[in-house]
Design a protein around this ligand. Structure first.
Ligand code: ATP
Ligand code: MG
Length: 153
């Protein structure tokens, strides 16, 4: 388990960039999509991290949380990496994991060229692969302090 203290938004953005760099530099061939599962209270920084992560992957569009549409797919134009799609899922308004399955989630998981970030991922835990990277966000003592914990990375 890796634990990082973020003192402000910039720190969280920095964590996102480092995470993206680390994933991009990992040349092991994947057989399925890579899933980053984010959990933590409202306003703890999940979308903030996702936005900077997407930017680091070269996504040009402004990333807004897909709370109502549940899922957004962004095509990646990375020339030197095989990563082709970035998928952002927000399960906040999800009533059951089956709702995500109905959107074709199991097929999406098979896409080895995709990276998937899921907010409120604990709500769909039973659908996620064993090698999912779990990232949890907690409030720290001060207002803009966040504790970010990485499991299995
Ligand atoms: N260290 C920090 N890291 C990230 N965000 C911070 C930090 N300090 C303050 N903030 C503020 O906290 C808020 C985080 O909001 P964000 O939308 O990223 O949270 P979230 O976890 O996605 O919430 P939700 O559960 O509603 O989706 C922002 O308003 C941001 O400015
Ligand atoms: Mg969010």
């Amino acid at each position: 388990m890796l634990m990082v203290k973020s003192n402000n938004i910039e720190d969280t953005k920095d964590v996102a960039k480092k995470l993206a760099r680390r994933i991009l530099s990992d040349k092991t061939k994947r057989k399925s999509a890579l899933v980053l599962a984010l959990q933590g209270d409202l306003g703890s920084g999940k979308t903030t991290l996702t936005q900077s992560f997407a930017k680091a992957l070269g996504v040009k569009e402004k990333i807004t949380s897909p709370t109502f549409v549940l899922m957004k797919v962004y095509n990646l134009q990375l020339t030197t990496y095989s990563l082709r799609r970035f998928i952002h899922i927000d399960c906040y308004r999800l009533n059951s994991p089956e709702e995500l399955e109905q959107l074709g989630f199991r097929e999406i998981l098979k896409d080895k060229d995709a990276i998937i970030i899921i907010e409120w991922a604990e709500r769909v835990k039973k659908l996620l692969p064993k090698n999912t990277v779990w990232i949890s966000f907690e409030y720290g003592d001060r207002q803009s302090e966040r504790i970010i914990k990485f499991k299995t990375l």
